[in-house]
Design a protein. Structure first.
Length: 600
């Protein structure tokens, strides 16, 4: 058993809560620009004083409507300014926020509203409203439904502001001051990859501890005057925690709801740093590679990529030599500067979480001048429990524990976590709580190894370990991550439970596919179904499989694969909103395909 602890340098006092962040900024730095919000194609500044005034106005409306201390209020919307505004207004009213992904189905919405015993819900669109209405008769405790884009001029924000106009500001301040650090701030539901989502109880202390740990981890990024563009769903604990950290650190925050406009928004907002899941960084890399190859500059890009990786690797071995430095300087002008420009031109770093990034992509981005600080955490740890930082960076690991957090590797290899960022319980689920928490230690279900200096490496997930018919234990995530790094491939899922060998289901990246067809002389009209058995396509996928197989023994290597004719989607339930695979759903949906793979 190995253990490593990072001391808590700024413990959370019992009388603190999250609404203090908003009010402290308004009192001490009223003219600082807390947000830039989109309006008519422009970004408009919102000062700390203006934000606090809007939060209090909405909180007064909630109190006047009858929302009481501890009431659960759900929030279902895309990433937008109003999301954060309403989140703080709920806290200022002494209530508890229950985030819901805006892509959730009516049944998923019903489960969360029912299980959390929500008293009210904010929805964004008519479609969301219709989904709530489908289940409202079964929700006896749901009293309020507010629509952000409602028929009332200005939507829910204006409606509640008008409703609470006669309530004194002191009523809100009294309400918010009554909330202590140990009280519930939010119930965040897990993505439900293996069953019904569980409601994770996060207290004000949990989230404040996470915020302070993140500020300590990223002092260069979390400087007043820096900026962050948030585009991940705020229902995702990583996006929300980093957004809250930015507000606390007086980093200017922007929201963009539609990733289709992300490149344009990055260009106009020009953030200092971004936060994303690995799939976003894979897309950035794949799109750049595809563009270069389609324009006849593929050889230049591939050489630049190799130099970037070598340059990054050299940083861990005493630094690059003269020749490598000269090559890197040349490609910085020809290639890397253009890639940085696609991130807005001022982006100096990125933060990644939610899944492994993979060493090659990590080296690539560090090599082009945008280091990706990979971290690790779960909903149950208020986002990051571990993270790489500028001063403590080891590619291939998820970094050291954040301040106030301890990491332990159990005898069976499971990662255990303890500290103020660790949740208190699963809501309405005492059995799951007992199974996950043992004397304050949270059993993550992930497998890992811990270096003597505290760097953690995640090697797999206990419940995802595949045991072949020959008794070999195989962790699929490492193989899948390497395969997905290939721009041709969108998703990959390893199979082989109680089978004679390891197999693979693979889907094709629809954005890269047209360029691949052109490069290989295939008809532009050909679909993935048309080319699923094409020799060139299979050869390129085999090359990706061969690269992944280098990491494992012969018994663990992938022997056969099948190309699926359509990608995994959230609509079919095969991936979560945070892009995690639901293996049980994929296995069920493609049971015949998997069976056929082993009959060939």
């Amino acid at each position: 058993m190995r253990e490593y602890s990072a001391p808590a340098l700024q413990p959370v006092a019992d009388n603190e809560n999250l609404s203090d962040i908003m009010w402290a900024n308004a009192e001490r730095f009223p003219d600082s620009v807390s947000f830039r919000r989109q309006s008519g194609g422009s970004w408009l500044d919102v000062t700390a004083r203006e934000f606090a005034g809007q939060v209090i106005a909405v909180a007064k409306g909630l109190i006047e409507a009858g929302v009481g201390r501890g009431d659960r209020i759900a929030l279902m919307s895309k990433t937008r300014y109003e999301w954060t505004l309403i989140d703080f207004a709920i806290w200022a009213a002494g209530a508890v926020t229950v985030p819901i992904y805006e892509t959730s189905s009516p049944e998923q919405v019903h489960w969360i509203l029912s299980d959390s015993e929500a008293k009210g819900v904010f929805v964004e669109t008519d479609q969301h409203l219709a989904g709530v209405d489908q289940t409202r008769e079964r929700l006896g405790g749901l009293r309020y439904v507010w629509q952000i884009e409602g028929t009332h001029a200005g939507g829910a924000v204006a409606e509640l502001t008008t409703l609470g106009a006669k309530v004194a500001d002191d009523v809100v301040h009294q309400r918010r001051r009554e909330v202590s650090a140990g009280e519930l701030a939010s119930i965040v539901y897990t993505s439900g990859t293996t069953g019904r989502p569980k409601g994770v109880e996060l207290t004000h202390r949990n989230l404040l501890a996470e915020i302070r740990a993140d500020i300590l981890a990223f002092p260069q990024l979390m400087e007043p005057g820096n900026s962050l563009l948030c585009f991940l769903p705020l229902a995702h604990v990583l996006a929300r925690a980093i957004a809250l950290t930015a507000i606390a650190a007086r980093v200017t925050l922007g929201h963009t709801p539609d990733v289709k406009n992300l490149v344009a928004d990055l260009g106009t907002f020009r953030p200092t740093f971004v936060v994303a899941v690995p799939r976003v960084f894979e897309k950035v890399y794949n799109t750049a590679k595809q563009k270069a190859h389609s324009e006849g500059k593929g050889k230049i890009f591939d050489l630049a990529e190799s130099v970037a990786v070598q340059y990054s690797e050299a940083q861990d071995k005493g630094g690059a030599g003269f020749g490598l430095k000269a090559q890197h300087f040349l490609f910085d002008k020809l290639v890397y500067a253009k890639l940085r420009a696609a991130l807005g031109g001022r982006c100096v770093a990125a933060v990644s979480g939610g899944a492994p990034l993979g060493p090659r992509l990590a080296h690539f981005f560090r090599g082009i001048g945008v280091p990706v600080f990979e971290g690790y955490g779960l909903t149950e740890t208020s986002a990051a429990s571990n993270v790489n930082t500028q001063t403590a960076f080891r590619v291939g690991t998820v970094g050291r524990p954040v301040a106030g957090t301890s990491v332990r590797i159990a005898d069976d290899g499971e990662v255990l976590l303890k500290g103020d960022v660790v949740f208190t319980a699963y809501y309405n689920n005492e059995q799951a709580t007992k199974e996950s928490l043992d004397e304050g230690w949270f059993h993550t279900g992930d497998l890992g190894r811990l270096d003597s200096d505290g760097f953690l490496t995640i090697t797999g997930r206990k419940k995802e370990i595949i045991v072949t018919a020959g008794g070999k234990n195989v962790a699929p995530s490492g193989l899948e991550d390497t395969i997905r790094a290939n721009p041709l491939i969108s998703q990959a899922m390893v199979v082989g439970e109680q089978r004679p060998f390891i197999g693979l289901l693979v889907t094709i990246d629809e954005e890269f596919f047209p360029a691949w067809k052109e490069q290989h002389g295939k008809p532009a009209s050909a679909t993935v179904a048309d080319l699923a058995r094409d020799a060139d396509l299979k050869a390129d996928i085999q090359a990706a499989v061969d690269e992944a197989n280098k990491q494992v023994s012969h018994a663990e290597s992938i022997k056969k694969f099948v190309v699926l004719t359509q990608d995994f989607t959230e609509a079919t339930g095969e991936i979560t909103p945070s892009l995690k695979l639901k293996r049980n759903v994929v296995s069920r949906n493609y049971a015949d395909t998997i069976e056929a793979l082993y009959q060939r």
